[in-house]
Structures are given as structure tokens and as C-alpha cells.
Design a protein around this ligand. Sequence first.
Ligand code: SF4
Length: 363
Amino acid sequence: MGIPRFLNVWGTHQFWVGFFNALGVGKIVFSSETSEEQYREYGKGRITMDSCYPVKALAGHMGELLHRDINLLFVPMIYSLPSFLKGHVVDTLSCTRVMMSVENLKAGFLREKDEFSQRGIKFVSPFVPFAEPEILPKYLWESLKEYIPGLSLEETAKAVKEGFKALDTFEGKMREKSLEIMKWCVKNKRPALLVLARPYHMDPGIGHEIDGEFQPYGYPVLWYNYLPLHDWLLDWLFGDEIRAGIIKSPFDISDVWTSSYSSNTNEIIWGAKFAARFPWITGVIRLSSYECGMDQPTFTPVQKIVESSGTLFFKFGELDETKPAGSVKIRVETIVYYLEKYSQEIVRKKLIRLKPVPSELLT
Ligand code: SF4
């Protein structure tokens, strides 16, 4: 089975591994990370609409998998996402371009001849409402039963549970790792950076590895979607605002963002709030892709939330297929200059606004 390493698969791949392992489908092959070569060789000419680069790149991933040793190509049409904010925000939908892109790109591989059947590969693209786990098994079963002989709805439901379990375990490990880094920052009086982006900006071909550029300078980089969520930590950062009735829970973003429909957007806004409060995050790096309609309305609120706390804010917008290595390097050097100059003062000022540092952070 082949699964493209694209868009929302970046945030949910562990679910798919857990799900298909539970069904015993055999080997899962993920496509390579996005690259210009991948798109040029396998994706060019497949796009039938004008779209942002992350969507365009999917053509290369699908095309690459058609040349691998697989007999089923699985490209989920993810409608809503599992989110740690669910229950605290209005909705957790995914970007509509992401969902629609699958059918659109499929058409690109059928236009001249049916490239799937020519290679003996079946194409499956189920509708995936992650935010409604009770109906998710039905959608997956409906689209997979034809290709997995004897598959029952009950079996699919059990596999969905395994998928969520695998995703939880993975995220739990990542959050623990982030906490470890944060404790290191406290102990060593070193600041960290937080990245606010879409999960697929971790893909070197989409995010151009900008986050990694800061590490040689000794700045650990955290991603908002894997921040630790321990009660003691959230109470330290958000407790006073809850007790004052400003927000209902630590995950409530209604004080700064009322259009809480898109999952990634909600999490980015929440990440900005976290960064504004956590003393040792002294800089935020915002990444966004060229032509991203979903990110556009969030630019100003995110910047305001971060900067109103004195935290430094830097944006790399309009990323596309061209990696501007030289200019990224120069900008990173400038950002590092500001971080070195102002970080200790930022930490000091942010600490004044909070109660004493919880003992859990000092261990
Ligand atoms: S979130 Fe933005 S960049 Fe990503 S697929 Fe949607 S429109 Fe494109």
C-alpha cells in the first residue's frame, strides 16, 4: 500500500500506520519528502487547477508512488482533523483545498490514459472525518471493503481505535520531548524558538528546513502542535485568565479568534497564545506558503498576540517551490542577532507577569 507523504498526512501518519497494521494489510510505503525533482519527474502536467504549492506537490507524490512496488494507492480526503483543541473551539475542519485536491489530481492521472489500472494499482480516496470518530469506521470500511477481502465494519472500527491509540502514543512522546527541551532551557537559561506553521512545513521541500537553520546557533526549536499539555503547566500560563472569566479553559481561543473552524488555524492561534506566555520562548517563526488563503486572515492576529507580550516575531511568508537558500541564511543571521540581544530581557519581563516557576519545570 502506498500513501503520499503530503499535507494532512504529516499530522496523522501515525494513525494510518496503526490503522493498517491492525488490519494486517502488509507493507506501507510512504512517498519521499517533497522535492523539485519529484514534482518535475512525476507530477508535472497533472494539475488541472491553479493552486498553492503544497497542493501542487501532491501530484509528484502520487506519481512517484505509481512507480513503486505497490498495488493500492491510498490518498485520504481528510475533511476534519483530530485536534487537542476539540471541544474548546467551534470546529476542526481541514483546508478545503487539501480535501478537494485529491479528486482533482486523480483526474490528472486519468486524463490521457488510466495510469492506475495500467500499472495494476487500485486507487482509494475515502472521505475522512477525523473529528467524528463514531462515523469514521463506516467511511473507511465503505471504500476499503472492495480491496481487502472479507473486511468487516467491526474489524474496521477496531482498527480505527488502534489508529487513534498509535497517534496518541506518538504525540505523547513528542510532547514529552518538548517538555524536556523546555526544562533544559530553564536550567541553562537558554531561550527557545517556536514555529507556527502547518504540520507539512516539516517537509523539507515545503518548509525549506528554515527551522533547522537556527539549531547550529544553539536555539532549540519547538513546534506548536507538540507542546506539552500538562495541567500544572497550563494552569501556570492560563490559570489566572480562567479564574478571571476571560477564557473558559486553557484551550479556549475565543478571546482572540472567533472564526474557529479550521483545525490548523485554531492550533496556530493557540500556539501564539502559548508563546506569548511561556517565558523561555523568546521568538516565534511563522511559516506560510505562497497563495495560502487559509493563513492570510491569521497573519495580523498571530503577530499581535506574540508581539504584545514582548516576544519577537519573524515571518517567512510566500514559501513556494524555490528554496531561497541565500536570503534565508541572511535573514536567519539577522534574527539570531535580535534573539541574542533581547532574549534575556524578554524572559525576565515575561516571568514578572507569572506566579513563581512551577517545581515541575525545575526538575
Ligand atoms: S492551508 Fe494554505 S497552503 Fe495549505 S493547502 Fe490550504 S490553501 Fe494551500
